[in-house]
Design a protein around this ligand. Structure first.
Ligand SMILES: *Cc1c(COP(=O)(O)O)cnc(C)c1O
Length: 407
């Protein structure tokens, strides 16, 4: 099926080890490989494809804009920029936005804004700012971001590292309190840890962080690049806790799986420290990206896709809990149409092996680490297809249990 391994390793840097599937086309929740075999996509581009592959609304916006103008650079304004900014801040209940391209760039921009706010506004002494982050977080792959990663694979070999970060256990408010000092300018957390395997903090965590940040004049930055834009049954995952961060990073689904589109949204008095010449991007906020982002917002503004994620999520959770009760999953963590599942160790199946078997049966997923896999189908998936995916998962695990004599 796959071109020979030699071809692949000869010309392509080996920083990924994909499943043995070569995709040629896709529509909504289904992808088709070069042999015509169909698979249900239960990864959805790490939630970049929340609205499905080949989405007609997004395609139309991109194609229409493609024939008008695609890039002006930020040296000039264009007619899509301000409407995009207004609509995105309105959707997210924020005041101002800063457009970028990839998720990592949005995180970098939030870090830069927080540091500059710390020096210009809070009055932190030059070069002394620190930012508190969490263990097992994922915020991207730039040199600064991997500097505070606790994943050796992501970090090792890339030093010297950027200083100015303090790592605390995720979800531990007391540890955050202890780490804060007068030079702390921000806390940067995922409201739900995606790459770590859909790890949910205690319900009290985000409200407690909000309160702590208000008391200490520290910025609360939430990275919603994976959790945001409908996935959790809310527009933002932080909506579940009824709080608003000072800065929120968005990416992935903001470009609908068509283009990289990212942004920092948040407080005007913070983002306005980014004065002319102090930050920028050639492609950030380009007309094509803005037109696409606006189409994404029109989908989310209706609110129906969020409700759909919540409804389908409850079905998925019920199916997964049954598999857990059967003794084939050690843990399941769900929020909206997003789940992290840990294969029961007695089954002797790594996440990778499970994903390979699911792929054979026509379902695409990705392991995060060890025996944990993440399920995140497009939010447009039908109830029937979702149940079909759960049937495949259940039967693969049942077969494994039977084959090794575990019941
Ligand atoms: C994917 C992701 C990023 C990085 O986004 P890229 O577009 O790959 O740079 C950052 N933060 C979170 C939480 C992510 O899931």
């Amino acid at each position: 099926m796959l071109q020979s391994t030699l071809d692949r390793t000869a010309v392509l840097a080996p920083n990924y080890r994909p499943l043995d599937v070569v995709i040629e086309s896709a529509d909504d929740c289904w992808v088709t490989d070069v042999d015509g075999k169909k698979y249900l996509d239960c990864l959805a581009g790490y939630s970049a494809l929340n609205f499905g592959h080949n989405n007609p609304v997004l395609n139309k916006a991109v194609i229409d804009q493609l024939h008008k103008v695609t890039l002006v650079s930020r040296a000039f304004d264009h007619d899509q920029m301000l409407p995009f900014a207004r609509e995105l801040t309105e959707l997210t209940g924020t005041e101002m936005m800063l457009p970028m391209n990839t998720g990592a760039e949005a995180v970098e921009s939030a870090i830069k804004a927080a540091r500059k706010w710390g020096y210009d506004v809070k009055g932190v002494a030059p070069e002394q700012a620190n930012i508190i982050v969490a263990e097992n977080s994922f915020h991207g792959r730039t040199t600064t971001i991997v500097s505070f990663s606790t994943d050796a694979d992501a970090k090792d070999g890339y030093g010297p590292y950027t200083p100015g970060f303090r790592v605390v256990p995720y979800g531990d408010i007391e540890a955050v309190k202890e780490a804060i000092d007068d030079n702390t300018v921000a806390l940067l957390f995922e409201p739900i840890q995606g790459e770590s395997g859909v790890v949910l903090p205690p319900d009290s965590f985000l409200p407690a962080l909000r309160e702590l940040c208000d008391e200490t004049n520290v910025l609360m930055i939430l990275d919603e690049i994976q959790s945001g834009l409908g996935r959790t049954g809310h527009t933002l995952a932080q909506d579940y806790s009824g709080i608003r961060a000072d800065l929120t990073t968005l990416g992935k689904a903001l470009g609908g799986g068509v283009l990289p589109v990212s942004a920092v949204v948040g407080r005007r008095d913070v983002l306005q420290v980014m004065t002319p010449g102090t930050h920028g991007s050639t492609f950030g906020g380009n007309p094509l990206a803005c037109a696409l982002g606006r189409a994404v917002i029109t989908i989310l503004a209706e609110g129906e896709i969020q409700q759909r994620a919540a409804h389908l999520g409850s079905i998925m959770e019920e199916r997964l809990k049954k598999i857990e009760n059967d003794g084939h999953l050690a843990d399941t963590r769900c929020r909206g149409l997003w789940a992290g599942i840990d294969v029961e160790p007695r089954l002797g199946l790594t996440g990778r092996q499970l994903c390979e078997r699911l792929a054979e049966r026509g379902m695409l997923c990705k392991d995060t680490h060890g025996s944990t896999i993440r399920l995140a189908p497009p939010l447009t998936i039908s109830e029937e297809d979702l149940n079909y995916a759960m049937d495949i998962l259940e039967s693969v695990l049942n077969e494994q249990a039977a084959s090794i004599g575990v019941d």
